[in-house]
Design a protein around this ligand. Structure first.
Ligand SMILES: [Zn+2]
Length: 187
């Protein structure tokens, strides 16, 4: 991916982003989180500014991933910075992401979302996920993640379809999640 990340190669600088603006994170109850995002057709400065804002906002909130509609932009773009099952860290952006494979054993692990503050619940997700899409320049990318990174890729892809992770929770956890959502949406 060109030199877009060149100035951030140092691990110690990872959790900061020198470009972009920290934007307000939309929370549950905002219709933009429930709308399917539109594909990106133009790979221009507007897209780069959006990606910069996503990184800046994700780091300010100490998140592992962030989708564009979480900052109110209904476009198919998400960013991530999280570790996989071998504790290798991955940072990047996927434009027009499509999940092409989700395999492996189901892992029951805690999951949360910056748009659902205060809600963490255990959710089964496949341990290996492959996503296809494009980078900021429009070049094709294919990304395979394992462990928590696989979870992150599915979680962010869900956002682009207007889904929230709590939609997938069942049983008593679902009741607790819905109560917490109602409390958040009422604020
Ligand atoms: Zn989320």
């Amino acid at each position: 991916m060109s030199d877009y990340f060149a100035e951030f190669h140092e691990r110690r600088e990872r959790r900061t982003w020198k470009r972009g603006q920290v934007r307000e994170i939309r929370t549950v109850g905002d219709p933009v989180l429930r709308s399917e995002c539109d594909p990106v057709r133009t790979f221009d400065q507007t897209l780069r500014r959006l990606v910069d804002d996503l990184f800046a906002t994700m780091y300010a909130a100490d998140g592992a991933g962030l989708a564009a509609n979480q900052i109110g932009v209904g476009r198919c773009v998400f960013v991530y910075d999280c570790g996989d099952d071998a504790d290798v860290w991955h940072r990047g952006v996927v434009v027009n992401a499509v999940v092409v494979e989700a395999t492996g054993e189901l892992l029951d692990e805690g999951e949360g979302c910056l748009s659902l503050p205060g809600i963490t619940t255990v959710l089964a997700r496949p341990s290996r996920v492959t996503v296809r899409g494009q980078d900021v320049d429009g070049s094709a990318v294919e990304i395979t993640g394992t462990g928590y990174f696989a979870r992150c890729l599915l979680h962010e892809a869900d956002h682009l379809s207007g889904r929230l992770f709590t939609d997938l929770v069942t049983g008593d956890s679902r009741k607790a999640a819905l109560r917490a959502i109602r409390a958040t949406a009422a604020r």
